[in-house]
Design a protein around this ligand. Sequence first.
Ligand code: AMP
Ligand code: GLY
Length: 427
Amino acid sequence: MNVLIIGSGGREHALCWAIAKSPSLNKLFCAPGNGGIENLAECVSLDSGNHCAVVDFCKEKKIQLVVIGPEDPLADGLGDDLRQAGIPVFGPSAAGARLEASKGFMKDLCAANNIPTADYARFSEQAPAEAWVRDHGAPIVVKADGLAAGKGVTVAETVAEAIAAISEIFDGRFGKAGNEVVIEEFLVGEEASFFVLSDGKTTVPLATAQDHKRAFDNDEGPNTGGMGAYSPAPVMTDAMIARTMNDIIEPTLAAMKTAGTPFEGILYAGLMITDEGPKLIEYNVRFGDPECQVLAMRLKSDLLEILAATSEARLSPDMVEWHDDPALTVVMATKGYPGDYKKGSRIGGIDDASDDVVIFHAGTKRDGDNIVASGGRVLAVTARGKTVRAARDLAYARIIDIDWPEGFYRNDIGWRAIEREKVDKNG
Ligand code: AMP
Ligand code: GLY
């Protein structure tokens, strides 16, 4: 098969890495790719916003599957235009992508189908939004309705903070994504990510993971796209997975089907495991980043086969097999991220890889003989081990050999799972 991956992050490097192992692969392209992806795929400078150009490229290169990594092109209907042109796609339609692209849409769907989630209200004007916050008190969560690269959510500790967040959204910080505001009850519990595949007919539970969203150790500092992750997430026991499928995933997919917009692709549920059971925080309609890196490391089966089967509506649960061992990834980011940071610093010591440790590139590019940082999140050092602790030790041991003074990383990725492992071992 000739395959085109859309995207340039660590997620897309992990997708390319797994797909490159498939015996069904003929030629792999990635648009635009990055400094690590170029070792696995031909990187092409296609603008994913120019759907005609993507369609033309696919026709010229006889592409048999396009895998769309990020949410923006999905929400923008790239999948629809490719399908219209007869090109198979892994990823939902724009209508399916609304599960991520409009928090209000997602919350209304939950409300209409009794799907457990935080209580909420939607507002298109500031005064009633502020009144709702004053009525409900803090802590409370304020969200821009649309896509805001993970930055549109404020977990407000005080009413004043919530009101400031509402003003910021209505003042246009997030552009059109902030035309509406969703305000939610604050949920208490442990977060987990749950991934399922759906081809519109068959649903296959895929895997679980846990992300570390805050920039610094001890879950301090601002929210980021994710500073590390591990899989599986111990809090997602078989019973919790069954309950999540029954209470959250299945009713969502059924509602999408009934609406005439069946969901095809990967559905990533961000969950809060509360005392009352799992509650939906958000949906994403794509692989997580950096969660994809740990899933790729744990997957035993042929990823290309799985994605192609999803796009052709012939998915079956026996296609997906996992290594039992957990995987963990530590993200290295440029100092300053998620705020302002400099680009162009040289990164050394990243050439060697092994079966157990892989360095996925998230924001790099080639500059002559060098690899330089070209983004906020730059590398995802990913390892598999007998335990989360063993995977963590392998990843951090590899990081020591990376020569990049302008980078930083968290030192405590996996802490929650490692604490649990200690308790399990000591009884
Ligand atoms: P989201 O982009 O909707 O996943 O929100 C980003 C992060 O904000 C989540 O991963 C949670 O840590 C936090 N968050 C969002 N909604 C809530 C909520 N209703 N209660 C508690 N925390 C939340
Ligand atoms: N790591 C969170 C996300 O991909 O949305």
